[in-house]
Design a protein around this ligand. Structure first.
Ligand SMILES: C[S@@+](CC[C@H](N)C(=O)[O-])C[C@H]1O[C@@H](n2cnc3c(N)ncnc32)[C@H](O)[C@@H]1O
Length: 196
């Protein structure tokens, strides 16, 4: 996996978009991106995403900027703009992967909130639709990243976490990283014993 997948959130209406903007960042983090760039009026969302990263691990960076259009224009790498009007993700995913992750070239993924100016459509290397139906930036981003990484992001290890969720058939278990590691080693030990 490249260490340079950046998600750019275009537009943010404080109050109305707080939850969506936060979820764009959390989804970017959980599904393999390295950084999210938010509009500079989205400080509340940035704080929440940083707090989750501090507790559940990284690395993941959050940046606030007031120059979204210039940032996309000057980005040195491949630029994907997610839009319901774009080419079908299933038709272009291999091309995007070849031009980014597989080529060690940074990738910028732009998602909108409010109306995205036409510049983004023109300047993107790929305008990509996750279905050509209207839905949400969070859903579009999740499917796109999973297609980009071909599911490899689901196996990611997190560093510097305060807490680790242990998957359960039923119920919730959240432990500190040392306990999680000991349990994993214990499981490996049990598996090795079973194999012997
Ligand atoms: C409320 S939607 C606006 C829908 C907009 N008319 C469009 O261009 O997709 C906000 C954002 O969600 C994302 N989005 C919505 N539907 C999408 C789809 N089918 N494929 C990819 N992205 C989508 C786009 O990034 C869009 O800017």
């Amino acid at each position: 996996m490249t260490d340079d997948v950046v998600v750019l959130r275009y537009g943010h209406r404080p109050g109305r978009d707080d939850r969506m903007t936060t979820h764009v960042g959390l989804t970017a983090r959980a599904l393999g991106a390295d950084r999210v760039v938010l509009p500079d009026n989205a400080g509340q969302s940035a704080e929440t995403i940083r707090d989750i990263t501090d507790r559940f691990g990284g690395p993941f960076a959050v940046e606030l900027r007031d120059d979204q259009r210039a940032y996309a224009r000057r980005f040195e790498g491949t630029v994907v703009h997610l839009t319901m009007y774009g080419e079908r993700v299933q038709d272009v995913e291999a091309g995007v992967r070849g031009d980014s992750v597989d080529a060690d070239t940074p990738l910028l993924v732009v998602v909108g909130g409010e109306k995205v100016p036409f510049d983004f459509y023109e300047e993107a290397d790929y305008n990509v639709g996750v279905t050509n139906q209207p839905h949400s930036e969070v859903a579009g981003l999740a499917v796109f990243l999973d297609r980009l990484f071909e599911g490899a992001e689901l196996e990611r290890e997190w560093t510097d976490a305060d807490r680790v969720v242990l998957p359960q058939e039923t119920g919730k278990r959240v432990v500190d990283p040392a306990t999680a590691a000991a349990e994993r080693d214990g499981d490996d030990g049990d598996a090795a014993a079973d194999d012997a």
